[in-house]
Write a protein that binds this ligand. Structure first.
Ligand code: GLU
Length: 505
């Protein structure tokens, strides 16, 4: 059997949308599942839409997600180069071959002539005027000009494009692995430009030529490309090539299901639509990313995998290897998937809680380093053990644990009013003494001793525990009081109690 070869072929026109990441992911999973190859090709033939930094952004995003490619920009491979602008010379011969074989033609129409044509058609009541079998005969092209005139124009360097000559009234069948057979009548198609006056191919030509030369067996891409598929099938046929299998993935929808989740939805809906933060090179506008917002790539990938594909069971949590194992195209749905930002958080919380303390402690350690705080690895691991389950996003690790690294600078006014009584300082002195004489500083032992102290002295549990907690962390949050004392250690815990006594005196 032929080796499976798939590609992700983004255009560097801006940051990669999460829908694009999903397309890359499904291609990757499909390749791995079938022991095939996954390629990254950069489709940058539209120079007017080129955005600096976008290509680097795409590559960094795939890297962050753990979506590795076997061939492509940055890694090379047998079909290099993988950047279409560097393959420019290659496309013209295929455009010319199509003209020679009667599947395409030269067109010399000026932009003004094209505008006039559209106006003329609109006046005749045509809703979507296009260059097609009804109009091409009224235009300036190698079909209407004599051979000599066409030659003369080409030789004199007059600007031209090459257009596809769409055959009349033919049923084109696209066999889609997700949608089944899609049939389109060619009379509805326009004579798309294949080769532009700037010497660059258009997306359609370059895409087909490269998919053929790069031996792509399956084209897995977004639904927005389905309308182009009949033209692509026609191009393969006209060039005498076998077409790959197609699979058009369902759209990602806004959370309310109303329409496609677009790049412009950005932070407008309160969640990122890009994997990484992006700063627009022109406007300087910043769009947030999953990475910078504190998501783990594992959680992000797990969430994306389930937006369009389902395993056929109730299982929701999948690592990349497991996804590779289970992924099949026939479990990709036809209808759009609503993006659910709460589910994204749910996955992140799940992964943060499930990851081992040593891994999570590295995440917290990075945040500590940014704040200039140094701590022992074992200490950070202990802290993470209490706090990771309370964290939804990575920055929450700090929010939930800062008091293990810094003594409180202030004390919550409400808690002070409720629990700080005239007799509190004397009570704290007795607890300090108790801590001093305790040698087994485990949380369990501390808990038992403090409880016994409270009972023996007929004190209120809430009263004692709340004032103690207030002195240690400055408020009414955090894990159990005994666990906090045990983790801080004798000296630090006693210092904090003394400091609170002084501050609140
Ligand atoms: N360059 C196209 C894009 O930006 C690729 C479409 C395809 O996969 O054929 O999405």
């Amino acid at each position: 059997m032929k080796e499976v070869r798939v590609r992700f072929a983004p255009s560097p026109t801006g940051p990669l949308h999460i829908g694009g990441v999903r397309t890359a992911l499904y291609n990757y999973l499909f390749a791995r599942k079938n022991n095939g190859k996954f390629l990254l090709r950069i489709e940058d033939t539209d120079q007017t839409r080129y955005v600096p930094g976008a290509e680097e952004y795409i590559i960094e995003s795939l890297k962050w997600c753990g979506i590795e490619y076997d061939e492509g920009v940055g890694v090379g491979g047998p079909h290099a180069p993988y950047r279409q602008s560097e393959r420019k010379e290659l496309y013209r011969q295929y455009a010319e071959q199509l003209v020679r074989d009667g599947h395409a033609y030269y067109a010399f129409d000026t932009p003004e002539a094209l505008d006039e044509m559209r106006e003329r058609l609109k006046a005749r009541g045509v809703a979507t005027p296009q260059y097609d079998l009804f109009t091409r005969n009224e235009m300036c092209n190698s079909l209407t000009l004599s051979n000599e005139e066409t030659e003369r124009r080409l030789n004199s360097g007059e600007p031209f494009v090459i257009r596809m000559l769409i055959p009349e009234n033919e049923e084109i069948k696209v066999n889609d692995l997700i949608r089944g057979e899609v049939v389109v009548n060619t009379s509805r198609l326009d004579d798309k430009v294949l080769y532009k006056s700037d010497g660059m191919p258009t997306y359609h030509l370059a895409n087909i030529v490269d998919d053929h030369l790069m031996e792509i067996t399956h084209v897995i891409r977004g639904e927005e490309w389905l309308p182009s598929a009949p033209l692509h099938v026609l191009l393969y046929r006209s060039l005498g090539w076998e077409a790959p299998q197609f699979a058009h993935l369902p759209l990602l929808l806004k959370p309310d299901g109303n329409g496609k989740l677009s790049k412009r939805d950005g932070d407008r809906l309160g969640f990122p639509v890009f994997p990484l933060r992006w700063t627009d090179p022109e406007s300087g506008e910043v769009s947030s990313g999953y990475r910078e917002s504190g998501y783990l790539p594992e959680a992000f990938i797990n969430m994306l995998a389930l937006l369009g594909w389902n395993p056929g069971t109730e299982q929701e949590v999948f690592g990349m290897d497991e996804l590779v194992d289970l992924f099949t195209i026939d479990r990709v749905g036809k209808s759009g998937s609503k993006f659910d930002p709460e589910k994204a958080k749910w996955f992140n919380h799940h992964y943060l809680s499930a990851l081992d303390n040593s891994y999570v402690s590295e995440l917290l350690d990075k945040q500590l380093a940014e704040k200039g705080i140094k701590a022992e690895k074992s200490y950070i691991e202990t802290v993470v053990g209490f706090t990771k389950e309370r964290a939804v996003l990575i920055p929450d690790l700090w929010e939930q644990s800062w008091f293990f690294f810094r003594a409180p600078e202030s004390y919550d006014e409400k808690v002070v009013q409720k629990f700080w009584k005239p007799e509190t300082p004397a009570l704290l002195d007795r607890i300090t003494a108790l801590l001093r004489e305790t040698s087994d500083f485990s949380a369990d032992n501390l808990e038992a001793r403090i409880k016994a102290f409270i009972q023996e002295n007929g004190l209120g549990m809430g009263q004692v525990m709340n004032t103690l907690r207030l002195s240690l962390v400055g408020g009414s949050f955090g894990p159990g009081v005994a666990a906090i004392i045990a983790t801080l250690g004798k000296e630090e815990a006693i210092n904090r109690i003394l400091k609170a006594k002084e501050a609140l005196a």
